[in-house]
Design a protein around this ligand. Sequence first.
Ligand code: NAD
Length: 325
Amino acid sequence: MHKRILVTGGAGFLGSHLCERLLDSGHDVLCVDNFFTGTRRNISHMLDHKSFELLRHDVTFPLYVEVDEIYNLACPASPIHYQFDPVQTTKTSVIGAINMLGLAKRLKIKLLQASTSEVYGDPTVHPQPEEYWGNVNAVGLRSCYDEGKRCAETLVFDYVRQHKLAAKVVRIFNTYGPRMHPNDGRVVSNFIVQALEGRDITLYGDGSQTRSFCYVDDLIEAKIRMMSTGPEVTGPVNIGNPTEFTIRDLAELVLEITGSKSRLVFEPLPADDPKQRQPNISKANKVLDWEPKISLRDGLIKTIAYFDGLLSSAGKTAAIGAIRV
Ligand SMILES: NC(=O)c1ccc[n+]([C@@H]2O[C@H](COP(=O)([O-])OP(=O)(O)OC[C@H]3O[C@@H](n4cnc5c(N)ncnc54)[C@H](O)[C@@H]3O)[C@@H](O)[C@H]2O)c1
């Protein structure tokens, strides 16, 4: 069925892919963003699409529009960005959720809240199932994001119980792909940019700590499936890729695909660097019949091609040869 769908944070990394996917499925998309971390470049290819509409708006202020579904993604996602203005980060999560849930309540429509694996904080359980309540510091530098997202989840479930709203929560784990921020301090973008610029690739510790990375297309598929579930499915549902790689494996794969001559450089492990982070996705598997399909190699090839284009167009022509695909 054709719908008019609101995507908050639609000019960001995940939001722009979601807008694209919804347009491809024949829906009208209203993209709302205040361009804090999102860019027009991310959505430039959609601006002329007859079913795409862009609204510059901050979700901490009320929004009055007529739509059939809401994906609430607005919120800076990397520590560098969310710690830049921590008060605004909490406001975006909490007041943004109140405004979007209020809109969904008025219109009697579904809302999907983009939550995060950070609601588990510094977990004492590995991998984390949805039933695990987490281990979160309420007063630290990351709390504006972690606690803001936890409060947004609380609001969703109270709207479900109190107002019978058909709202849902997905907890997103580490995701990568084209349109990630080139300097958001995350390991995938860091390694790719360092390799493309021919700079040393910095690994902490001996690089044996593991991470799992989900390619953006897999993640978007899970979100769409979650939205299409009936009101009995509220979540929270973990979505991510449980396949683990060591940080060293990741660095070597990036070097191989880029053909870069960058050296691997080892630095002391920061105190708060987790040894392992991995989602338990058995619930997503069961409820959404979903599992990630795109291998790290295939995802990296597409992501590296994107960054190579970005760096070249920014005048910082990659110091290395052509990307090997
Ligand atoms: N990328 C990941 O690995 C990941 C992991 C866990 C959770 N998430 C969640 O997914 C969502 C999207 O993340 P992303 O990686 O695309 O980040 P992003 O920073 O690329 O996108 C966030 C978007 O929200 C917009 N925004 C921020 N504050 C706003 C406000 N007050 N009003 C309107 N728009 C605002 C930004 O301009 C940006 O376009 C976030 O809610 C994030 O917490 C992402």
